[in-house]
Design a protein around this ligand. Structure first.
Ligand code: ADP
Ligand code: MG
Length: 260
């Protein structure tokens, strides 16, 4: 009969959604008894554990919801490999204050210079601060928008896309968009304007964006909104992949492994 209170407590803690309380209360109570810690401090410790766990769970949820193609952090980014990139600006952006100000970020540069890596790193920073993030590529987003329109659920998708605190649109410029696709993408940017941040990566300089959107008028209107409050990351440099494979070749030929 003596385990009735435990059963009830477990039930109540579940109902109150306090899983860490439930997991830790027994062990911690023994610890606190041994240390002579009073009830108030015992509860304080327990609630601190719950808060920490809750924060960790929120971050994990944010990361899952962002649908990153890979989880990469700026800690693994070698800034020395790309001197053109303003490291101080990237580190400042990692603090996510631009998201509070609803400003945008555009990373420009040729393929392989780390644009996606930086976008993923900044996305991860935002998740770690509990902010909601969505990651997609321009092609996938347009595809999704067209599909939603055909299935008469465009409004719902648009609402979902405006709700993110940070929307990352990777690889704008690799594929030219259909006129409808361009218009739908424009609408997304318009709806987010001054409501939430957008991070765009592109291999094309601004003056070539018309080739993606087709219409000069639409491109102008889009750039107008996107660049009103913007931080531009210039990422001109050599492809990191090419450089790495060249380094590998060099070292293996130095080892005499590669036939000359
Ligand atoms: P982009 O999006 O500009 O084409 P990516 O971000 O996909 O380039 O980079 C290509 C690969 O090289 C990725 O695996 C990325 O993690 C890595 N990479 C690129 N630049 C760096 C860097 N400066 N430090 C560490 N890894 C890098
Ligand atoms: Mg990329």
């Amino acid at each position: 009969m003596s385990d009735v209170p435990q059963v009830l407590l477990a039930h109540h803690l579940k109902a109150l959604k306090l899983p860490t309380f439930l997991r830790e209360y027994d062990k911690l109570s023994r610890q606190c008894a041994a240390e002579g810690v009073d009830h108030t401090r015992y509860l304080l410790r327990l609630s601190e554990l719950e808060l920490l766990d809750r924060e960790r769970r929120l971050i994990e949820r944010r990361i899952r919801a962002a649908r990153f193609p890979a989880v990469k952090s700026l800690d693994s980014f070698d800034f020395a490999a790309i001197p053109a990139l303003n490291k101080m600006l990237v580190l400042e952006l990692a603090r996510c204050e631009y998201i509070e100000r609803r400003e945008n970020v555009i990373a420009l540069g040729p393929s392989g210079t780390g644009k996606t890596h930086v976008a993923l790193g900044l996305g991860l920073s935002a998740c770690q601060r509990g902010l909601s993030v969505g990651f997609t590529t321009a092609a996938a987003l347009v595809h999704e928008l067209l599909e939603a329109r055909d299935e008469r659920r465009l409004l719902r998708l648009q609402k979902q896309l405006t709700a993110y605190r940070l929307l990352i649109i990777d690889e704008l410029g690799y594929v030219p968009l259909s006129p409808t696709g361009a218009e739908l993408l424009f609408e997304v940017m318009s709806q987010r304007y001054e409501r939430g941040s957008v991070l765009v990566t592109s291999n094309l300089p601004f003056d070539e964006w018309t080739s993606v959107f087709g219409s000069e008028r639409l491109t102008g209107a889009l750039l107008d909104r996107l660049t009103h409050h913007v931080h531009v990351l210039e990422m001109n440099g050599e492809s990191y992949r090419l450089k790495a494979s060249r380094r590998r070749r060099h070292s293996s030929s130095a080892d005499g492994l590669e036939p000359s």
